[in-house]
Design a protein around this ligand. Structure first.
Ligand SMILES: Cc1cc2nc3c(=O)[nH]c(=O)nc-3n(C[C@H](O)[C@H](O)[C@H](O)COP(=O)(O)OP(=O)(O)OC[C@H]3O[C@@H](n4cnc5c(N)ncnc54)[C@H](O)[C@@H]3O)c2cc1C
Length: 389
């Protein structure tokens, strides 16, 4: 096991509770290393097992504020980032499972009624209710406001029709957060959010999608899927607000996961170049290698600074951190791709060997530059914020 320093925890963004939590989580990951690898188990079974494991470890409670059973007064984004930073170093699937419980849990924390919170949050925190976040559609990925799935009011119910795609945990989730058009206004202002149990008649998972890194993902379809109006999150027309408020919490954490991948790549590369001898000396002794390692280390630290700056701003200064979270997500995911690519290069042929850590990280990092707002969309957001649009 390579050593990954956690000196970033000395930065002023953190308090002693963060440092304690990081120490305990690092020890927990060490103890549960084999279980986190899920070798020989299908991805679906792995997600179920990992959710339970994370729940039993108490880590999913960090998705809740104290009033709802969490360890801190409010949902603390720095703790979520630390969790993803640490989990991603060892298991992309464990990180993703943690993140998906967040994408399902946070909207209920922020907008749920007491009844919805009581029904779902304890089970989300114990890992016994796995969640999915149904926003994207075939014609509405980056352009979320173009989504067509409809929710028609019918007495005390809403009737959902439409098809979502790219839904992580499709077919494994017990409950989905679903965004649908209720038509209060055109575009983004005519959307509403619902929490829908996976066993609701009319909900199906017609397709699984295979992607380059371990990930349960597919389509979720709704055909005359009738749900009580009490399953709406927030008010009619609040859907976009629910999605954006959730992403304001979760977007920096994508950067944190990328950071975890990058830290592992740097640590693996460091160990490799010290041990590998070419032309009569260790790779680490060539200045070209030292410069490459320097570039990687700077990418890691600039990512960490942006990720934890965004999280600290959200936790301590203000609720909306659109600019900071977009910068963190964009920079950390793009930088991690460069760091991991450099690690693959330093490993030489070994770097592209199936099963090599650098090879795994190379596949695992790629989707993070696309989901929860692709890099180009983050640039549009940042540009718009800077220009005061
Ligand atoms: C592994 C994975 C997991 C996912 N999980 C979920 C999930 O759980 N729930 C969910 O709802 N969605 C999920 N998604 C979907 C994801 O959010 C979308 O793939 C993403 O928003 C991009 O949408 P798209 O694929 O339709 O690409 P498009 O919107 O077709 O974009 C294609 C390319 O065009 C660029 N582009 C788009 N608009 C502009 C513009 N205005 N200017 C310049 N460039 C532009 C994009 O940045 C991108 O590079 C997941 C995706 C992946 C890959």
């Amino acid at each position: 096991m390579v050593n990954i320093p956690n000196t970033f925890l000395e930065w002023p963004f953190f308090d002693d509770a963060h440092r304690r939590m990081a120490g305990e989580l690092a020890a927990w990951v060490h103890t549960h290393g084999a279980a986190l690898e899920c070798e020989g188990v299908s991805e679906r079974e792995s997600v179920r097992a990992l959710a339970r494991l994370l729940g039993e470890g108490g880590w999913l409670r960090y998705l809740l504020p104290a009033a709802l059973g969490g360890p801190r007064d409010k949902v603390d984004v720095r703790s979520l980032c630390i969790a993803r930073d640490l989990l991603a170093r060892d298991s992309g699937l464990a990180d993703c499972t943690f993140a998906m419980q967040g994408l399902g849990g946070v909207p209920i924390v922020l907008f749920g009624t007491p009844a919805q919170q009581a029904e779902f949050l304890p089970r989300i925190a114990s890992g016994t209710c796995i969640t999915g976040f149904c926003l994207s559609e075939a014609e509405a990925g980056s352009d979320v406001a173009a989504l067509k799935t409809s929710a028609r009011r019918d007495g005390d119910n809403y009737v959902l029709n439409g098809r979502k795609t790219w839904i992580s945990n499709a077919g494994v989730a017990n409950a989905y957060i679903v965004f649908a058009r209720t038509g209060e206004a055109p575009g983004a202002k005519g959307l509403s959010a619902f929490v829908v149990s996976a066993d609701t008649p009319g909900l199906s998972v017609p397709k699984s999608i295979e992607v380059i890194a371990p990930h349960v993902i597919g389509d979720v379809a709704f055909e005359d899927c009738r749900i009580p109006a009490s399953q709406m999150l927030g008010q009619p027309g609040d859907g976009f607000k629910v999605a954006m408020a959730t992403l304001d919490v979760m977007r920096s954490t994508v950067g944190a996961a990328a950071l975890g991948f990058a830290r592992r790549a740097l640590a693996e590369a460091r160990a490799h170049v010290k041990g590998r001898h070419v032309f009569g000396q260790a790779l680490a002794q060539f200045q070209a290698t030292q410069m490459r390692i320097a570039d990687m280390a700077i990418e890691v630290d600039t990512s960490a600074l942006l990720v934890y700056r965004a999280a600290w701003t959200k936790d301590t200064l203000r609720d909306r951190v659109t600019l900071e979270a977009s910068m963190a997500k964009l920079h950390a995911t793009e930088a991690a791709q460069r760091v991991i690519d450099a690690a693959v290069q330093l490993f030489g042929g070994l770097g592209v060997t199936v099963g090599n850590v650098a090879e795994r990280l190379y596949r695992e990092i790629r989707p993070l530059r696309i989901y929860e707002g692709a890099s180009e969309i983050q640039k549009l957001i940042i540009g718009g914020q800077v220009l005061g649009k």
